[in-house]
Design a protein around this ligand. Structure first.
Ligand SMILES: [Ca+2]
Length: 356
């Protein structure tokens, strides 16, 4: 699997090499350079231009939009932190999904504050799945918020509208990184057909493909997952097959606890709320892996094919099962193997190490 940003510098190098070849001689002649010395200066100048171009190309970030059910499992907050600490990504917007969307958006907002990124727009999206029963109960991690941490009223957006507007107005195609139930993505695709030409790829934490079972995000909204997998858009999915291998250790958690950084301390607070007094419960990096493979595709191996979702099954048993069929022409790629130690280290280096 290759994502687009890794192909840009190579195309740029070829283009620039061609331009330098074309412009080299006239430039020398016009400047009245002496043979030899002039050629050297031209080459030096071309080298400097090339170096500057390569640096700019390498730093040009991939535009992404994040969709999250932050506030229940701990991994959404960790995924957001990883995205914000990844210079290869330009986060254009964030939508929340599932019930209590305003409070989930508050949680996103607080994290954006701590990372100095309140320029990123946030919207609360669909609160109920398309067909499946709604999720109920409190969103526990909002306990970490103080009253003054609430998102200002004039910044609140509708998540689905924000997703659509972001993709339509972006100068480049947008990569969606979705690590909650896919209700927002499905609603957006259904209501705005032009999105198909504005989305580069959809990267998902979703499904389980190489053994039977139910994955939470697909289970929560099977119909939405079916819409996304059958959309015809390029999809890369990291499922439980690979994410379950990316668990933090007690030592990793100690590094969170001992960090002097305010943003890492806030993540540690969320982890502790999520643990609910059970210190042996350790985060599994389901959602951060979706962000990680967007930045670094070679952390996983993928297979091309199609994914269908069981929509007539029994609730909690087969309703929402993902079925992968290998096909060379399929536009869905599912992750089969993961370099789990490298993925966890990648996450820790970026999120818990000292700021760049
Ligand atoms: Ca999630």
């Amino acid at each position: 699997m290759r994502l687009r940003q890794f192909e840009r510098p190579r195309v740029g190098v070829r283009l620039l090499a061609g331009l330098v070849t074309m412009w080299g001689s006239p430039f020398q002649a016009a400047a009245g350079f002496r043979p030899g010395a002039g050629r050297l200066q031209t080459r030096l100048l071309a080298g400097l231009v090339l170096a500057a171009f390569l640096a700019a190309a390498a730093e040009r970030p991939l535009p992404v939009f994040l969709d999250t059910d932050i506030g229940d499992d701990i991994d959404d907050a960790l995924a957001l932190a990883l995205a914000l600490e990844s210079p290869e990504l330009k986060v254009l917007g964030i939508s929340t999904v599932l019930q209590d969307g305003a409070r989930r958006a508050d949680l996103v907002w607080r994290i954006l504050q701590l990372y100095g990124r309140t320029d990123i727009p946030v919207g609360s999206g669909a609160e109920r799945p398309l067909v499946a029963p709604p999720r109920t109960g409190p969103v526990r991690q909002v306990e970490a918020l103080r009253p003054r941490d609430a998102m200002p009223a004039d910044r609140r957006r509708n998540g689905v509208e924000l997703l659509i507007a972001t993709c339509l107005h972006s100068t480049e195609k947008v990569t969606l990184v979705a690590y909650g139930p896919l209700t927002n993505i499905a609603l957006a695709l259904r209501s705005e057909p032009r999105l198909h030409d504005r989305i580069e790829r959809i990267v998902l934490m979703n499904g389980v493909f190489f053994r039977p079972g139910l994955e939470y995000n697909t289970k929560m909204d099977p119909e939405a997952s079916a819409i996304v997998y059958s959309s015809g858009l390029p999809v890369t999915a990291v499922g439980l097959d690979v994410t379950m291998q990316c668990e933090l250790t007690a030592d990793h958690l100690r590094r969170f606890a001992q960090s002097p950084l305010e943003n890492v301390q806030f993540l540690w607070k969320l982890i502790q709320i999520w643990q609910g007094g059970n210190a042996s419960q350790r985060p599994i990096l389901h959602d951060p892996l979706a962000v990680a493979v967007t930045v670094k595709p070679d952390l996983v191996s993928t297979i091309a094919g199609t994914v269908s979702v069981e929509l007539k099954g029994t609730l909690e048993q087969t309703y929402g099962m993902t079925v992968f069929r290998k096909s060379a022409t399929g536009v869905v790629r599912v992750a089969q193997e993961v370099s789990s130690a490298a993925a966890v280290e990648f996450f820790m280096q970026r999120v818990v190490a000292a700021p760049r």
